[in-house]
Write a protein that binds this ligand. Structure first.
Ligand code: ATP
Ligand code: MG
Length: 271
């Protein structure tokens, strides 16, 4: 059912999943890659950086107002180790929950010292005593201070792109933000992977878009594409990943294949 053990990277991969375009599959990707990698025996931490808290929901993590999580880490300097909760989806999968309070963090951070580096400091602190193979940051659909904190705390950027018309629109703006961040705040950030999501094999358009994206990002686009699937869209309402909800569905298989690809991509870089 699960794909067997996955290779562990020699150093922690800190993957920021970002795209300021809404609804392209950022959260679905974070949730399912995290579950697949953890089921493959790896240690995974998901940091929910989106006030919507969708990743927390899908990973079965309570995140009602008052729950300590990413907000307290960013604003109060609370250690990550005090707020993370293990997901019922997989052993070895920890989650820092996002509450609606995070919506205010965007503004509150403005007056805070070293406001772009709060998350990076917290993550480095955490990693000293809690080794992890993969960290995923689930970003909101904007390029504000929350996303910037995630971009600064990361080394690998993974961009999900929905296979539809206008797919590449907005990517130019994202690319511009990334180069600003690498120039001024985090020279270690690298554009690491592109994942094509919601691929509908029945339409010519989807194939054309997929091809266009592949030629726009040579070497970055992952081999596996995520199909458009009803099971994937149903899973969050059960507080589950599609891997937990229907492990034999095409969506679950696709995300396990992507997890395998990125585990191998990381291992190859380490070799
Ligand atoms: P936001 O920008 O609001 O954070 P997002 O980029 O995180 O959105 P998701 O929440 O992952 O995007 O997905 C948007 C919607 O599309 C959700 O309802 C999700 O369940 C659904 N969805 C994601 N991937 C697929 C897929 N492959 N097939 C069908 N539905 C999908
Ligand atoms: Mg989301």
């Amino acid at each position: 059912m699960t794909g067997g053990p996955l290779p562990a990277p020699a150093r922690t991969r800190r993957v920021v999943v970002a795209n300021q375009k809404g609804g392209v599959g950022k959260t679905t990707t974070v949730v399912n890659l995290a579950v697949a990698l953890a089921q493959g025996g790896l240690k995974v931490l998901v940091i929910d950086v989106d006030p919507q808290g969708n990743a927390s929901t899908a990973l079965g993590i309570p995140h009602q107002q008052g729950t300590r999580g990413t907000f307290e880490v960013l604003l109060d300097g609370t250690p990550l180790s005090d707020v993370v909760i293990e997901s019922p989806e997989a052993a070895g999968l920890l989650v820092s929950p996002a509450t609606i309070d995070l919506a205010g963090a965007e503004l509150e951070l403005v007056s805070v010292d070293a406001r772009e580096r709060r998350l990076k400091v917290a993550v480095e602190d955490f990693l000293r005593d809690h080794p992890a193979d993969f960290i995923f940051y689930d970003c909101p659909p904007s390029l504000g201070l929350l996303t910037v904190n995630a971009l600064v705390a990361a080394k690998e950027l993974l961009v999900p792109i929905q296979c539809e018309y206008y797919a590449l629109e907005g990517v130019t703006q994202l690319t511009r933000t990334i180069s600003l961040v690498t120039r001024n705040l985090n020279p270690e950030l690298q554009f690491w992977a592109v994942l094509l999501t919601m691929f509908d094999g029945r339409t010519r358009l989807a194939s054309q878009v997929a091809e266009e994206v592949r030629s726009h990002f040579p070497g970055l686009a992952l081999e596996t594409m995520i199909p458009r699937s009803v099971r994937i869209s149903e899973a969050p309402s059960y507080g589950a990943s599609v891997i937990g909800y229907d492990p034999h569905s095409v969506g679950a298989k696709a995300y396990r294949a992507v997890a395998q690809e990125i585990a191998e991509r990381a291992a190859k870089e380490d070799a």
